[in-house]
Write a protein that binds this ligand. Structure first.
Ligand code: GLU
Length: 446
């Protein structure tokens, strides 16, 4: 049940943003947590902080025309939602996927506000992307698309304004093309305008690994808080993109055994532990599908068309996409001996799934806390760009680990403060919200 004031705010969000179901879901989850904060801070309600947070500062939608390898003209739609800049320049990734529409970009942008706040670093929240599908496209097509996308986007971004990065479908290759076109149009080598850059042109060590590594560091802290560790734990990961691959790498380094991972075609089960070198070869070098993994590794099996969450594991790291864990999946996972969940993806668990995890007393780390390592390391990349410096891998990883530990501890202490011990969802939403709200109050009605 929502607090009365919040319920009318939520109704208004539904009315003003029809059909944007993922955005509604993301707003609802935050509103569900912050009722108790309003009791302690009537000034937030008086200044209509929540109504303001739910309305993006600026939304940009644009045409992206480009030519494919057959000489055919293609038209996609580009988005950038600049959601909140109370804490710093808008910061958040670009997602290229056929499912992208305004509602997806707004859900991601909204989450990003609180995630970025949780990092404690000076970054506001934004997100963007396109319904362009890079799958099956040649490098040349991807380059032409990125150049056209940036030809509109460049006028809206800047190191002090809005700093994009990657997300699903946008990795090192796309960031390179995007930055190249920005540099060409503006005649400025403005490294801090985009993050996730390659190491030879201003990128930061550990940025590629950061979301996956950070998620595992976060879960490691949750396990430690319960007197246990990754050592010997059976782990199930969904996805096999950037987040999943580096989550698997870090789990293996910490002594856990990852037995399964997935892609949109199904999942692979490997009881001896996922062979990371083979997975990277197939997914990153060949850009292929997971059935190839089972073909090349005798004892592994590929299970087409089924959910990876039927595989028993003590730790689950959903790292594919939104709403991939249903209430039924969650019930199966709990029955199979689940101990902890760390969300590498954004909003991968449905509200029903979250309820199941919380009622079963699972250590459940929501995405805005558990996957904040990616954007935190982006902020470290901005720091290095601003000072024209570059840090070592060891130092960068150590900073990432400290940041994740700090987020974990603040989630726990905030949950305690509000009488909900162990509730990382409440801790993350409340702590993330408070910092943004205080900054907005301080900056006046803008
Ligand atoms: N797309 C990532 C996220 O969901 C990273 C964003 C960034 O580095 O700006 O947080």
């Amino acid at each position: 049940m929502l607090h009365e004031k919040l319920s009318s705010i939520y109704d208004n969000v539904l009315r003003r943003n029809p059909g944007e179901i993922e955005f509604h879901q993301a707003v609802r989850e935050v509103l569900d947590s912050i009722g108790p904060v309003l009791g302690k801070h009537p000034e937030y309600a008086e200044s209509k902080i929540i109504e303001r947070i739910c309305e993006p500062e600026r939304q940009i939608i644009f045409r992206v025309p480009w030519m494919d390898d057959q000489g055919q003209v293609q038209i996609n739609r580009g988005f950038r939602v600049e959601f909140n800049s109370a804490l710093g320049p808008y910061k958040g990734g670009l997602r290229f996927h056929p499912s992208v529409y305004l509602g997806i970009v707004k859900f991601l942008g909204f989450e990003q506000i609180f995630k970025n706040s949780l990092t404690g670093l000076p970054i506001g929240g934004g997100k963007g992307g396109s319904d362009f599908d890079p799958k099956g496209r040649s490098d040349r097509e991807v380059m032409r698309f990125c150049q056209s996308f940036m030809t509109e986007l460049y006028r809206h971004i800047g190191e002090y304004t809005d700093v994009p990065a990657g997300d699903t479908g946008v990795g090192g290759r796309e960031i390179g093309y995007l930055f190249g076109q920005y540099k060409r149009i503006t005649n400025r080598y403005e490294s801090g305008v985009i993050t996730g850059k390659g190491l030879v042109y201003g990128g930061a060590q550990v940025r590629t690994e950061a979301t996956g590594y950070g998620c595992v560091f976060f879960v490691d802290e949750m396990l430690k808080a319960r007197g246990t560790s990754f050592d010997g734990k059976r782990v199930v990961v969904s996805g096999s993109g950037n987040v999943a691959v580096y989550a698997i790498e870090k789990v293996e380094q910490l002594g856990g055994l990852v037995v399964a991972c997935s892609d949109s075609s199904g999942y692979v089960l490997d009881e001896k532990g996922i062979d990371l070198a083979l997975l990277k070869q197939i997914k990153q070098v060949e850009r292929g599908r997971l059935d190839t993994y089972a073909q090349r590794r005798d004892h592994a099996t590929f299970v087409p068309g089924r959910s990876v969450w039927e595989v028993p594991g003590e730790v689950a790291l959903p790292s594919a996409t939104q709403n991939e864990i249903t209430g039924d999946d969650a019930a199966t996972m709990v029955a199979n001996g689940l101990v902890a969940v760390g969300e590498g993806a954004n909003m991968p668990t449905t509200p029903e799934g979250i309820k199941v995890f919380q009622e079963a007393g699972i250590a459940y780390g929501p995405g805005k806390a558990a996957n904040a390592g990616g954007v935190a390391t982006s902020a470290l990349e901005m720091q290095q760009n601003a000072s024209r410096d570059s840090w070592t891998f060891e130092f960068s990883e150590q900073r990432l680990q400290e940041i994740m530990r700090d987020i974990h501890d603040r989630c726990l202490s905030t949950a305690d403060e509000y009488g909900m011990p162990g509730n990382y969802v409440a801790g993350a939403n409340i702590d993330g919200f408070r910092r943004v709200a205080d900054a907005m109050l301080a900056l006046g009605l803008i």
